[in-house]
Design a protein around this ligand. Structure first.
Ligand SMILES: *Cc1c(COP(=O)(O)O)cnc(C)c1O
Length: 356
């Protein structure tokens, strides 16, 4: 039986991407070759690489003057690649969670880092809004969605320095004004495709300004010049990601996905509010993520956590155990998650309450 997959990443993909990848593993578009064994320089793979990049451009309405890259090393590699390429003297960061703080740690290897605000003292349960960004920052780095804590910065900020975003877990979940960003990056394994490929959207004119030498593999301009084929890419991962983006386009693109995502998130948050067993960990509603819904057991029912996990498992629900730094539960409801699966989770919450 197919499970209701609420995992945070790698995570649920469209059935279309899964089935078409399986076909491509056996025989890629009647080429007589498997996607596992074709050359990344072949015309078949060049077409896949081109389609992936043009789908990303189309789905996010990426303006002229920006390059799209598919790299390896995950979002974690970008934590160092961003400052390597962009930080001359000083960069500013907003500390909204584990991933943000990891990005900060790497940036400190390259220059002065100003943490303009942090919600660490309250276990990252809100997005700080009141802060000043030093005008001489080479860039300002944010994490748009905090996958572990379940908070999300849902609007595109207007700031006076180049804006850099780790959008690993909410990319393509809502329409985004890419023109407000100098660089957007993320691992693909949350909302775009399987693990193994990392997307980067970079405004060309912010590059080439740092004085340090940069190793070729870690230099954005190397990969821009080679359309992400400077070295061997993760062919299968990119193929699946392309297929999944094709699926998203056929489903009406990011705008339509956003509507569905709001509906799914509302269904789940409303049940968390209504159900006496559960509560949200994020007090401010506007900070609540529409991708990763984090909730815990109310104080009187703390001892029922394991029992609920088991009960949910019995309904085919997997991946809702919360991250160890928060506890409780986390339901990741990325683009490919149907409303019907969220309804199954909501029903399990109701049924569990009724049987207590
Ligand atoms: C998952 C995640 C990362 C880490 O991604 P890797 O591809 O595993 O390096 C970084 N930032 C955010 C917001 C994430 O959700």
């Amino acid at each position: 039986m197919k499970k209701h997959n609420f995992n945070a990443g790698p995570s649920i993909l469209s059935q279309y991407a899964i089935e078409e990848t399986a076909k491509g593993v056996l025989d890629l578009n009647n080429s007589g070759l498997s996607i596992l064994e074709i050359s990344h320089r072949s015309k078949e793979f060049t077409a896949i690489n081109d389609e992936a990049s043009s789908l990303l451009r189309e789905l996010l309405d990426v303006p002229q003057g920006y390059s799209i890259l598919f790299l390896q090393g995950g979002a974690s590699m970008q934590f160092c690649m961003v400052p390597y390429n962009l930080l001359n003297k000083k960069a500013s960061y907003l500390d909204t969670g584990t991933w943000a703080s990891k990005a900060i740690k790497e940036a400190k290897l390259f220059g002065e880092v100003v943490v303009v605000a942090s919600s660490k003292d309250s276990n990252y349960n809100f997005i700080p809004k009141d802060y000043k960004i030093p005008a001489d920052s080479d860039y300002f780095h944010i994490t748009t969605n905090n996958t572990i804590f379940g908070t999300e910065l849902k609007k595109d900020l207007d700031v006076s320095v180049p804006l850099v975003a780790d959008a690993s877990s909410d990319i393509m979940s809502r329409p985004m004004d890419v023109s407000k960003y100098a660089l957007i990056y993320g691992g693909s394994q949350k909302n775009i495709g399987p693990s193994g490929t990392t997307f980067v959207i970079v405004r060309d004119d912010i590059l080439g300004k740092v004085e340090r030498p940069i190793p070729s593999m870690l230099k954005y301009s190397t990969h821009i010049a080679e359309q992400s084929l400077y070295n061997t890419p993760s062919c299968v991962a990119l193929y699946s990601a392309m297929l999944n983006m094709r699926w998203l386009k056929n489903e009406g693109g990011v705008k339509a996905a956003y509507k569905r995502n709001i509906e799914k998130a509302e269904l789940l948050y409303n049940e968390i509010e209504r159900n006496k067993l559960f509560k949200s960990t994020i007090p401010n509603e506007e900070d609540r993520s529409i991708m990763n819904v984090v909730f815990i057991m109310n104080d009187d029912y703390k001892d029922k956590e394991e029992e609920f996990l088991k009960f949910a498992q019995g309904q085919g629900i997997v991946g809702i155990k919360g991250h160890r730094s928060v506890g409780g539960f986390r339901a990741s409801i990325y683009n490919a998650m149907p409303l019907s699966s969220v309804q199954v989770l909501v029903n399990a919450m109701k049924d569990f309450e009724a049987k207590l």
